[in-house]
Ligand binder design. Structure first.
Ligand SMILES: C[S@@+](CC[C@H](N)C(=O)[O-])C[C@H]1O[C@@H](n2cnc3c(N)ncnc32)[C@H](O)[C@@H]1O
Length: 244
């Protein structure tokens, strides 16, 4: 790749800054990602603004009182769904690097009157969160956008409490994408070119210290992983744990 990490952050921030100001979405409409009973908990203009590629909320199995971090929180949809599950005694923090997204999510939080949700500006590669503080990390279609995934995995491990868990929805591939696609910045911003091969994703999590790693293609059984076409991006739910 011929771009520096800073240039990739800038390209991605520019794209999502524009998206925050519009109402159009990049991946799939929320209705195709979440069960209807989740979406009806929130007003349409908030539940309809998803730039994700799956549903980390159901996979996370959140409990009252837990503290949650959402990596790349966008308009805040997953944070608000998480806030309902952890309740008043729990806490949800969304981190995003794009000022326009933070403005949108903070405005939404105010409209909804949530007192247990906070949005912080920062990078996945250098999380503005103290160490060993969180029960659960969720994320929806963001890690693929990072120029330094091993550093993101290390940061995730750092901020989780021992025994903490992750539930991440992201785009992965089975085998490498062609070099021409990898270097295409339009495709990077669209959550395709930066997608890791599923084996590399697993290895990255293992090297950071995670255990019980499970990768499941969205809406499919996990044995489908064996027969996915080589080089094709797919949406997956990844769960793992920091050892207790
Ligand atoms: C595809 S959108 C997903 C937003 C949200 N998770 C959702 O499901 O609607 C990606 C978001 O991640 C943020 N982002 C991308 N790379 C980031 C990074 N390295 N650090 C912090 N935020 C990042 C973008 O600003 C954008 O809001």
């Amino acid at each position: 790749m011929n771009k520096t990490p800073e240039q990739i952050h800038e390209i991605v921030r520019e794209r999502y800054g524009q998206q925050a100001r519009s109402s159009s979405c990049c991946c799939s409409p929320s209705q195709t990602l979440y069960p209807p009973e989740l979406l009806t908990e929130l007003p349409d203009e908030i539940s309809g603004f998803s730039l994700g590629c799956g549903n980390p909320i159901t996979a996370a199995g959140l409990k009252p009182g837990e503290s949650i971090l959402d990596l790349g929180s966008g308009g805040g949809l997953d944070c608000f769904l998480a806030a309902r599950r952890v309740g008043e005694t729990g806490r949800v923090i969304g981190v995003d690097m794009t000022p326009e997204m933070l403005e949108r999510s903070r405005m939404n939080a105010e409209k909804l009157g949530f007192s247990n949700v906070e949005f912080r500006q920062g990078y996945l590669e250098n999380l503005p969160v103290e160490s060993e503080w969180l029960d659960v990390i969720i994320s929806n279609c963001v890690i693929n956008l990072s120029p330094d995934k091993p550093q993101v995995f290390r940061e995730m491990f750092r901020v989780l409490k021992p025994g903490g868990r992750i539930a991440v929805s992201d785009i992965l591939t089975n085998g490498s994408l062609p070099e021409s696609v990898r270097n295409n910045m339009e495709a990077w911003g669209a959550c395709v070119a930066g997608a890791l091969d599923m084996r590399e994703f697993r290895l990255g999590l293992e090297q950071a210290g995670f255990t019980n790693i499970h990768i499941q293609p969205k809406n499919e059984r996990d044995d489908v992983l064996q027969i996915l076409p080589v080089g094709q991006p797919f949406s997956a739910i990844i769960t793992a744990q920091k050892p207790a």
